[in-house]
Design a protein around this ligand. Structure first.
Ligand code: ATP
Ligand code: RIB
Length: 309
């Protein structure tokens, strides 16, 4: 394999507020800390993949503004090829991330802004880049028809496709879209929403994964937070991949992105899905010990050290 990963997705600026609890409606609460940093599921996953060792190209759109510059500086520092990122008159988006520092939970509002203007036509224009990559990875912070077009081009070219159906869709996801995924990677909430099933135990996760495979996904990797992840193949084989403890957990926002980016990087190297999921689990296990989303993604040497510890 080529070691090449093309990520198509969002960039937004993350505005993260930490407080001892979340405010009630109408309430103003004094918080503990604030941080402004790079985010967006697509860009976070691209950063995770690049730090994990892949050659990464990113496809998206940015506004001509300070948040757009934040993105370009990040990608340049991480060696991510941003030649497929256009600039448009719409401002770059932002995410308000409220973190409950006691319970470790978060609530997020994301306004995608510029990246949401990426159209199927834009994707068509870059079809050669998609056809030339080893692994194509995308999420749902873009218009659905754009996501679908990217996956269609990749599938038709025999490129390995990964769809992370996040954030959880508010309307049913067409089976035609699910069927374009070689690897479909939902978390428990997304899997429950997409299947209408309860996803709390590993057995329930297996049933949800089977339901997604019945709808066309070739393989499902259902992430289970601190319990790790479940790899379920179309052949009906299940493997439970444990999570890794790399120190005290300070912020889990972006754990799913760390997992997806590292999983894509490992698949692009030709590793098996099980090896790739272990590598991804170690990457995500380190990311939760650090603040921020993209800034929390570890380097490959750190992932390897944890895997061999
Ligand atoms: P988020 O939305 O917070 O970015 P997610 O809900 O999409 O994350 P999770 O299932 O919570 O995804 O986590 C993804 C992966 O990250 C898990 O499969 C696991 O490998 C790792 N992970 C998550 N939480 C922890 C934790 N507390 N300790 C170690 N690893 C964790
Ligand atoms: O997955 C975490 C990301 O979701 C954050 O970086 C935020 O930007 C939201 O899009």
């Amino acid at each position: 394999m080529s070691n090449n990963v093309l990520v198509m997705g969002s960039f937004v600026a993350d505005l993260a507020f930490r407080a001892a609890r979340l405010p009630a409606w109408g309430e103003t609460l004094m918080g503990d800390s604030f941080a402004l940093g790079p985010g967006g599921k697509g860009s976070n996953q691209a950063v995770a993949a690049a730090r994990a060792g892949a050659n990464v190209r990113f496809m998206s759109k940015l506004g001509d503004d300070a948040f757009g510059q934040l993105a370009r500086d990040l990608w340049s520092a991480d060696g991510i090829d941003a030649s497929l990122v256009g600039t448009c008159p719409i401002p770059t988006g932002a995410a308000a991330i409220l973190i409950d520092s006691v319970r470790g939970e978060n609530a997020i509002i994301v306004v995608p802004g510029a990246c949401f203007t990426l159209t199927p036509n834009d994707v068509d224009e870059e079809h050669e880049a998609i056809q030339a990559t080893g692994v194509f990875l995308t999420q749902l912070e873009l218009p659905l028809d754009t996501v679908q077009r990217g996956l269609e081009i990749a599938r038709a070219a025999g490129v390995v496709t990964i769809l992370n159906p996040a954030p959880a869709p508010t309307s049913p996801l067409p089976d035609a879209l699910i069927a374009l995924a070689d690897y479909f990677i939902p978390n428990e909430t997304e899997a429950a929403l997409l299947t209408g099933l309860t996803v709390e135990t590993v057995e329930q996760a297996e049933l949800a994964a089977d339901s997604l495979i019945a709808r066309g996904a070739r393989n499902v990797v259902l992430t289970l937070g601190s319990r790790g992840s479940l790899l379920r193949t179309a052949g009906g084989q299940s493997t439970l991949i444990p999570s890794f403890s790399a120190g005290p957990v300070v912020e889990t926002t972006g754990a799913g992105d760390a997992f997806c980016g590292a999983f894509a990087a490992a698949l692009a190297e030709g590793r098996s899905a099980e090896d790739a999921a272990r590598f991804a689990s170690a990457c995500a296990g380190i990311s939760v010990t650090r603040h921020g989303t993209a800034p929390s993604m570890p380097q490959r040497a750190e992932i390897e050290a944890l895997l061999t510890a």
